[in-house]
Write a protein that binds this ligand. Structure first.
Ligand code: ATP
Length: 250
């Protein structure tokens, strides 16, 4: 089921597009990774798709469904931006308060999503008593709790050490089986993109003073479990590296 579609989207600031010609359809339960060189417009595209930045051209459609106490989308950033004066549970309940969800339901939804990210034991901790990886898990639970149709993640694991990052990648792979949200995941890390996604959108600069373009949209047809061990994993990583390394787009 399509939860969002974009057609010939141009995004940028003022009247100058940073990126143009983006066609994209997001399906429930899919994960698309967006990769490309620094400054190509990955975060700008994410913000436009999330409705935080008006597109300069093109159309974004978000099919409407029956009203429910949920959000169309939620964001997870590099830093989780937790409220220091609220405990873990209170931080996750926050978005549900804004949706007008009654207290008992709020608490049970927040608990459920904290358990989902492996933090069932930490409900009453203060954020500053958590590690960076645990704080990022709280941010993820907070985003999941509003049951978004699309979950936007902007380099969510890039501030973490390699081991914590690996654990959170595995947590996200497990989560994909339990959520119906479509996930859009911006990353610099091509291995991470290949590990997590079923499609990879490669953005590329098209030339000096020209807006960037979509260079390729690859299908990643590999099993989610033990994906690194599949011979197709390296092939896909190399293919994406090659696409990013290419000069000007045709
Ligand atoms: N608020 C803004 N006003 C004007 N230009 C901006 C603004 N934010 C970003 N830009 C410019 O838009 C372009 C794309 O930025 P964006 O952050 O989307 O790139 P990115 O691909 O996410 O980069 P990185 O990988 O380094 O995070 C850059 O040239 C950047 O300087």
């Amino acid at each position: 089921m399509a939860v969002l579609s974009a057609e010939q989207l141009a995004v940028g600031f003022g009247d100058a597009p940073v990126l143009e010609g983006v066609d994209l359809t997001l399906q429930a339960q899919g994960l698309i990774a967006i990769v490309g060189p620094s400054g190509v417009g990955k975060s700008t595209l994410l913000r436009a798709l999330a409705g935080l930045l008006p597109p300069l051209a093109g159309r974004i459609e978000r099919p409407r469904h029956a009203p429910r106490k949920a959000r169309d989308s939620a964001m997870v950033f590099q830093s989780p931006r937790l409220l220091p004066w609220r405990r873990v549970l209170g931080n996750v309940e926050l978005g549900l308060e804004n949706l007008g969800v009654p207290r008992a339901e709020r608490q049970s939804r927040a608990r459920h999503h904290l358990e989902q990210v492996g933090l069932g034991e930490f409900l009453h901790r203060w954020p500053h008593h958590l590690s960076g990886g645990q704080q990022q898990r709280v941010g993820l639970a907070r985003a999941l709790a509003v049951e978004p149709r699309v979950l936007f993640m902007d380099e969510p694991f890039s501030a973490l050490d390699a081991m914590t990052r690996g654990r959170l990648q595995q947590a996200l792979i497990a989560l994909r089986r339990q959520t119906t949200a479509a996930i859009v995941f911006v990353t610099h890390d091509i291995e991470e993109a290949t590990l997590l996604s079923d499609r990879i959108m490669v953005l590329g600069h098209a030339g000096p003073r020209q807006p960037a373009r979509v260079r390729a949209l690859l299908e990643v047809d590999l099993p989610l479990d033990e994906r690194r061990d599949d011979p197709g994993f390296r092939r896909t990583v190399h293919e994406v590296e090659r696409l990013i390394g290419e000069g000007a787009a045709p």
